[in-house]
Design a protein around this ligand. Structure first.
Ligand code: DLL
Length: 436
């Protein structure tokens, strides 16, 4: 793999600023953001008043802990535009996340917000090793989802040539990568695996492709998956994170030279990690739920938003800004099986360590005889894996999960192509347990 480390001279000065400079900028912006939300969004006025706090009470970054949290249902309750802090005619863009239940969550951006998004997203693509003039194959979905259009803004801001292919039509994805010869690809890790399958189907060696780097996010994925993808394509694989409520993709991104967690662009997004039970902030280095406050957003300022994503904050390395560890999973996706907490990423890790199995999987939950049961649905890597080898693989995977996660599960090893392929975010859990 080629060394893609960007020249230090190409970075934004704030990426290399001292901690003191970053904190000073954050404090100044945080004060403004709290005032902006309080003055222009009735929801924030009410929630601050109810908690007995006022934006003037913030004298230090740690004072933010006095302010109330914002949660997803607050956004739903104010559907569609109740959380916006600018008049409707100042909105330049609206996005929405479909959500699995009920009301979609709607977010809005002014022209300045879009410029800032382009800037942090462009910074992310540069951190991942792309430079002006490179070509990007952008296979995140275009539309209300922030993935496609958000990455596109960043690519424009950095000066890339973008192929806005969006998700789906997998044979065409391979065709265009082969014909246009892009330097980078942006896609969910699960859809990258579908593209990889298509390479095999067409009998083309993905290691010979022009791709130097893949920038994967929008869903959890493991370091074991990183290695698999890097080897399969002979390219770098870096992690990018974001969520619509905070901006979209480009809230944080790994640097290609270190791949040691995602640098949060702290000049725009102020991170905290809290104990999800008590709501108290925990020290850097401790695991908990990630909470973000926007520092520069005009249309949709967001104060102490509980992401439900579990991670920990770590000191900066390749950049001065702090890192977040790869997200283990969302608290919503945590399965509690007979008292043990399980994340799909733990199953992914065990699967990747088992020879003979492909990296595609789903988890089926059921409750026969009032006992929760988990079945891991996976498939063999190719048609040469016979019945005996499948049985061995199933036993190995079950043993691996028992050892690392501490639960007994059933394993189904199907034929090649039996697991539904993803074209965006993978659906990992099929919950057949009776409701209520
Ligand atoms: O998924 C934005 C995005 C698009 C990020 C493309 C990266 C690349 P939402 O649809 O609002 O936005 O979903 C946000 O997805 O709270 C996480 O649970 C999950 N997520 C996003 N990136 C990662 C990641 C986009 N790198 C939700 N690792 C977030 C793990 C991720 N989970």
């Amino acid at each position: 793999m080629k060394d893609l480390t960007p020249a230090r001279s190409s970075l934004d000065p704030i990426e290399l600023a001292s901690r003191d400079e970053i904190s000073a900028l954050q404090l100044e912006r945080l004060k403004k953001s709290l005032h902006h939300a309080y003055a222009n969004v009735p929801f924030y006025r009410q929630s601050f008043d109810a908690a007995g706090v006022h934006p003037d009470d913030l004298n230090d970054l740690s004072d933010l802990a006095k302010f109330p949290f914002t949660v997803k249902t607050d956004l739903r309750d104010n559907y569609p535009f109740g959380m916006f802090a600018v008049p409707r005619d100042q909105l330049a863009r609206i996005h929405a996340s479909s959500g699995t239940t009920g009301q979609p969550t709607v977010v809005g951006y002014t022209k300045n917000d879009l410029a800032n998004w382009g800037s942090v997203m462009g910074r992310s693509l540069r951190a991942a090793g792309l430079k002006p003039g490179d070509m990007l194959h952008n296979a995140y979905g275009y539309g209300l989802f922030t993935g496609g259009l958000g990455v596109h803004l960043g690519a424009d801001s950095l000066g890339l040539s973008t192929v806005p292919i969006s998700g789906g039509m997998t044979p065409r994805q391979v065709r265009l990568i082969e014909d246009f010869k892009p330097d980078g690809i942006t896609v969910t890790p699960s859809y990258a695996l579908s593209i990889l399958d298509e390479y095999a189907r067409q009998g083309i060696d993905p290691r010979q492709s022009s791709l130097q780097v893949g920038i994967f996010g929008a869903e959890p994925w493991t370091n074991a998956m990183r290695l698999e993808i890097e080897q399969a394509f002979d390219m770098h694989a870096v992690d990018i994170y974001g969520l619509s409520e905070i901006m979209g993709p480009g809230v944080s991104c790994e640097c290609v030279e270190t791949k040691d967690g995602l640098h949060i662009w702290e000049d725009h997004f102020y991170p905290e990690v809290i104990n999800p039970e008590t709501g108290q902030p925990v020290a850097d280095g401790e695991q908990g739920e990630l909470v973000f406050t926007s520092l520069t957003k005009e249309a949709f300022p967001i104060i102490r938003y509980r992401t439900r994503d579990l991670t920990r904050l770590l000191a900066g390395t390749a950049r001065s800004m702090r890192r977040m560890e790869k997200v283990t999973g969302r608290s919503d996706d945590m399965i509690i099986l007979r008292g043990v907490n399980v994340f799909p990423t733990q199953i992914e890790e065990a699967l990747m360590a088992t020879p003979g199995l492909a990296p595609h999987f789903q988890i089926e939950l059921s409750k026969p005889d009032r006992m929760d049961q988990m079945r891991v649905l996976c498939e063999c890597v190719d048609a040469t894996v016979d019945d005996a080898a499948r049985q061995t693989a199933a036993q190995q995977l079950a043993a691996q999960i028992k050892e690392t996660v501490g639960i007994s599960v059933m394993i189904d090893v199907g034929d090649v192509n039996t697991i539904t392929r993803s074209e965006g975010k993978a659906v990992r859990i099929i919950d057949n347990r009776p409701k209520g």
